[in-house]
Design a binder for this molecule. Structure first.
Ligand code: ADP
Ligand code: TRP
Length: 322
């Protein structure tokens, strides 16, 4: 069976962009592929320096996958740091990558843009991420568009390793980006991201969720005038959540005039809340039972370690480390 792999950093609240852009497509792939999905806690360390927070975010991010329906009887859900072989593979890969590739990396660019120090971990980020992907012979990697560049680095490294050490040393992965959800907009209309503070967290209680949605930035067309739905953040989010019929009806109300943005935001709230009400309860149930979450991670890491050990053995023997 072919394998799908993806990771998410435990750095804060999982948000609607993570859900629609990556988690939901990854859940769909889990029916067809053997899913290896993990919580990238080593990666989170480039920014999270508080151990209690790292643990909390790891628990919550794992609970999110479970609440949204990942079936861990079939899929391995694990913590990146439970398979430390990834650090060994990252070192081996780092010896094949020119420094320029890392200088141009996304993570370095966003750290610089955000006025943060570029620590070596941030710089090395794509190497560790390549090791995540290549350690598990991944065939397909579901991500949002912002991660495309990183998956390409992994591909290039696999090709290079195979060139130097023989075909079959590492599997060459393919990126999977679903066009319709590749870049979900946040409250201000820019890409939704924890780093921009414009995110809609998935697990807010309904009242807070509604209040937050009312803050989505819209144009100032008066209530009575027609409004353009295309490119409007509320509409763009709504159409990803509602049926084609409901979306067509909302489009009609934008175009007819007589409705204010507050009405549309209320529709968005209702659509989102209807989808999240059930999972929200599941989420709370998991968060309240951290031991059950730990058991899931434990089981997942056992499966992941089997595959990782075989890859590391193969790479060691091909490269002369044995
Ligand atoms: P953030 O940018 O909020 O820190 P992460 O880097 O943890 O989010 O992203 C985890 C996954 O969610 C990645 O695959 C990423 O591409 C995807 N993702 C994050 N934000 C968005 C978005 N606004 N639209 C689509 N996908 C997204
Ligand atoms: N860098 C990814 C992000 O910020 C998280 C991640 C780490 C990842 N390792 C991965 C994603 C391997 C896909 C495959 O969202």
């Amino acid at each position: 069976m072919k394998r799908a792999l993806t990771g998410i950093k435990p750095t804060g609240n999982v948000h609607v962009g993570n859900w629609l852009g990556m988690i939901d497509p990854a859940l769909a792939l889990a029916d067809e592929y053997e899913a290896f999905y993990f919580i990238a806690d080593y990666h989170a360390m480039t920014t999270v320096r508080d151990p209690a927070k790292l643990r909390k975010f790891t628990l919550e991010t794992t609970a999110t996958w479970l609440a949204l329906g990942l079936n861990t009887d079939r899929a391995a859900l694990f913590r990146q740091s439970d398979v430390p072989e990834v650090c060994e593979l990252a070192w081996i890969l780092s010896c094949q990558i020119p420094t320029g590739v890392l200088e141009r990396g996304h993570a370095v660019k966003s750290a610089k843009d955000g006025g943060l120090d570029v620590n070596v971990g941030t710089w090395y980020y794509p190497v560790l991420m390549s090791a995540d992907i290549l350690l598990y012979d991944s065939d397909i990697v579901p991500v949002g568009r912002d991660q495309k560049q990183h998956v390409e680095v992994a591909r290039d490294l696999a090709v290079k390793m195979n060139h130097h050490f023989g075909e079959g040393t590492l599997a060459v992965p393919t990126v999977s980006i679903k066009d319709s959800v590749a870049t979900i907009p946040g409250l201000d209309g820019k890409k939704m991201s924890k780093s921009y503070g414009n995110e809609i967290p998935l697990w807010l209680p309904p009242k807070k969720l509604r209040k937050l949605l009312m803050k989505i930035v819209t144009d100032s067309t008066p209530v009575e005038e027609p409004k353009n739905p295309d490119g409007d953040t509320v509409f763009e989010l709504y159409k990803l959540l509602a049926s084609a019929e409901d979306t067509a009806a909302l489009r009609g109300r934008y175009l007819s005039g007589g409705f204010g943005h507050g009405h549309f935001k209320q529709d968005l709230f209702e659509a989102l809340d209807a989808l999240l009400a059930g999972p929200r309860e599941e989420y709370q149930r998991w968060v309240d039972e951290p031991d059950s979450v730990k058991q899931v991670l434990q089981r997942g890491s056992e499966r992941a370690r089997e595959v990782a050990a075989a890859t590391v053995d193969r790479v060691r023997s091909r490269t002369g480390l044995t």
